[in-house]
Write a protein that binds this ligand. Structure first.
Ligand code: ADE
Length: 249
């Protein structure tokens, strides 16, 4: 899986994604992450990439041309790489991070994880000239109903979330499957050694070695937790009569 991030702040993105599990996956060759600096495609001698919005209003806009030239160079690289490897040549999906997009969730992450290449476009200032968005963007994605100063953090969040679905990145592939949002339920509570900490005892069923009982307890805990913290998720969860009763308690 190859990620390309078009940004005015390449260092921020690369430093943030070069650690821990994602950094290891990059070192192992499972993932590739490239940050492309839109400023490298500025077309004036001051290297500026922003200008005032027509019609007035607060702030500056990123201009269409540097964003477009950056994308074209990137697209050309992707096409050449595909040709070399004998893969089918197609335009990559281009994700524009914006509060106006569709709200990101696990289902979308799973869909994006099927792609070989993903391009992220990070806006800054008050946004980007609409005309270039119309030409290159395939997906508008928001990470939540709040406004950030730029698209870099949202892009990093998406890269992190999608990366852990790529086979091999998590070492044990099972853990990406059985966790929060699987079956539209939150994850059950987990415990590790010691057995007693601050006078709190690990639930005895987890020490019993009885796998069926452990599974039953975990599912119940997931349901109770989801009902308490995210009742909206339960609408999509498939629950038995008994489980529905548990959720109502
Ligand atoms: N850019 C600014 N705010 C954002 C958000 N909530 N989601 C995605 N991109 C953004």
């Amino acid at each position: 899986m190859q990620f390309y991030i078009m940004t005015l702040f390449p260092d921020m993105v690369m430093e943030g994604l070069n650690t821990s599990i994602i950094g290891r996956a990059v070192n192992n060759g499972l993932l590739g992450i490239e940050a492309w600096n839109i400023r490298d495609f500025a077309f004036n001698k001051h290297n500026s990439v922003d200008d005032y919005p027509y019609g007035g209003g607060a702030g500056m806009l990123m201009q269409a041309e540097p964003v477009y030239q950056c994308y074209r160079a990137l697209e050309e690289q992707i096409i050449q790489k595909k040709k070399k490897s004998g893969g089918a040549v197609k335009k990559p999906r281009v994700i524009y991070l914006s509060p106006q997009g569709r709200t990101f969730n696990q289902e979308m992450a799973e869909e994006f994880a099927k792609e070989d290449d993903l391009v992220f476009l990070c806006g800054h200032y008050e946004g980007i000239d609409e005309r270039v968005l119309e030409e290159i963007v395939t997906d508008y994605v928001s990470i939540g109903d709040y406004v950030l100063t730029g698209g870099e953090l949202p892009a990093m969040i998406m890269v992190d979330c999608i990366s852990r679905l790529v086979p091999g990145v998590l070492h044990n592939d099972v853990s990406a499957e059985f966790e929060s949002f699987q079956d539209h339920l939150l994850e059950y509570p987990q415990y590790s050694r010691p057995e007693i900490w601050h006078e709190k005892q690990v639930p005895s069923v987890l020490l019993s070695g009885h796998h069926a009982n452990i599974e039953k307890w975990r599912r119940e805990q997931s349901i109770i937790r989801t009902a308490k913290n995210r009742p909206d998720l339960l609408e999509k969860a498939e629950l038995s009569e008994k489980e529905q009763e548990l959720a109502r308690k």
